[in-house]
Design a protein around this ligand. Structure first.
Ligand SMILES: [Zn+2]
Length: 375
């Protein structure tokens, strides 16, 4: 059962669980495996792709909103889920750029998306005199796009906004979002009748795989006390917004299960992880295809990666292989039944581990109960 994003987030706002949101760049086998695990554990789940991954031109996955929606609809069965537009990224805030985003939103709504993440976090005015001035462009742009979403998809569309650029570092380390910044931002949006259920913050995570000296390493940099402080400040102001944790790939599951503040964080994005599983299965089952994919990625992005300080082919592949989905779209979607089955099984197995760490078992039933109260 596909549900409106607001209903899913409202139902689980005060539950001590995190709803997993999966950026499944390769859909075949992966989407089905995650839904298998969601049904098995009665976990509500979110399927999502960002504007860069899935645009009107297919983005770098080669999937359009309609194509992605079709994959999800086909595999969902009776799972409780929302279809979410991740990172509707605004970089400049010009009228032309906003128009382009609105066109994409229209296509996503037509394709059946029920939830949207506006990301105007880049529009930070470093010359502003106070927080409100620093955030003024983010507030303006987020409001304008949110109003468009409400007008076209209704006010029960899910809404995520973003303050603080994820993964940004200064010489002192990660730049993290302060409680005051989060409260100022959400309050300003609420004043404009824009009511996001979740807020993405900068809290020490990075999108994608992380390497040190060319070797893949775990992510243990998420600032949990800061995340709790932001959530507490939002609660104390009586705001209904909770936190969306981006960039979870690489975070040890025991850390998520034991240390993450479930219920302060209510949405957890897992993206590159599924791509890593995809390449793992294809490396075993389709070595010739993977040789082509690997060769293409290293040939095309090797120089750029090394110029950015990447230290090994493994690192360059791990960072740039997302670009191969579109290039090898036909070959990848032509993989045989046995390979697809194996990928589906592996994704199911790993999704079960995430649902356990996110403590989401039974959350689907809670969403259904919430929907009954709205009737
Ligand atoms: Zn993200």
């Amino acid at each position: 059962m596909k549900v409106k994003g607001k209903h899913l987030f409202d139902a689980l706002r005060d539950e001590k669980c995190i709803t997993m949101a999966c950026n499944t760049r390769f859909a075949k086998g992966v989407v089905a495996g995650i839904f298998d695990a969601a049904r098995q554990t009665d976990s509500a789940v979110i399927m999502e792709l960002a504007k860069s991954e899935c645009g009107l031109d297919g983005g770098y996955t080669g999937l359009t909103p309609t194509a992605y929606s079709n994959w999800c609809n086909e595999e969902a069965g009776d799972a409780v889920w929302a279809l979410h537009a991740d990172h509707l990224t605004v970089k400049k805030g010009t009228a032309g750029e906003l128009q382009e985003i609105k066109q994409l939103v229209d296509a996503q709504i037509a394709a059946g998306y029920t939830s949207f993440a506006i990301d105007a976090s880049f529009l930070f005015n470093h010359a502003g005199g106070n927080l409100r001035e620093e955030l003024s462009e983010n507030i303006r742009v987020s409001t304008e796009i949110a109003k468009h979403i409400y007008a076209k998809a209704g006010i029960d569309a899910g809404l995520e906004v973003e303050v603080g650029e994820i993964g940004r570092k200064s010489e002192a380390g990660f730049v993290v979002t302060s409680p005051e910044e989060a409260v100022t931002f959400v309050k300003a949006l609420n004043e404009n009748n824009v009511n996001p259920q979740v807020l993405a913050i900068a809290n020490g995570s990075t999108h994608g795989n992380i390497y040190e000296g060319g070797k893949l390493v775990e992510q243990v940099s998420i600032d949990i006390p800061q995340t709790k402080a932001v959530a507490k400040a939002l609660r104390e102001e009586g705001l209904e917004t909770r936190i969306a944790q981006h960039g979870i790939t690489g975070t040890p599951l025991h850390l998520i299960k034991e240390k993450f503040p479930h219920g302060d964080i209510t949405k957890g994005n897992v993206g590159t992880y599924w791509q890593n599983l995809t390449w793992q299965v294809l490396d075993e089952r389709q070595p010739e295809l993977m040789q082509l994919v690997r060769g293409w990625v290293l040939e095309k992005f090797g120089e750029e990666g090394r110029a950015k300080g990447m230290k090994s082919d493994e690192e360059i592949f791990g960072k740039y292989s997302k670009k191969a989905h579109k290039q090898f779209y036909n070959e990848l979607y032509a993989i045989d039944e046995a390979t697809t089955r194996e990928l589906r099984g592996l994704c199911r197995e790993h999704a079960l581990k995430f649902f356990d760490a996110f403590k989401s078992a039974g959350s689907a039933e809670k969403v259904k109960q919430h929907l009954n109260t709205l009737k």
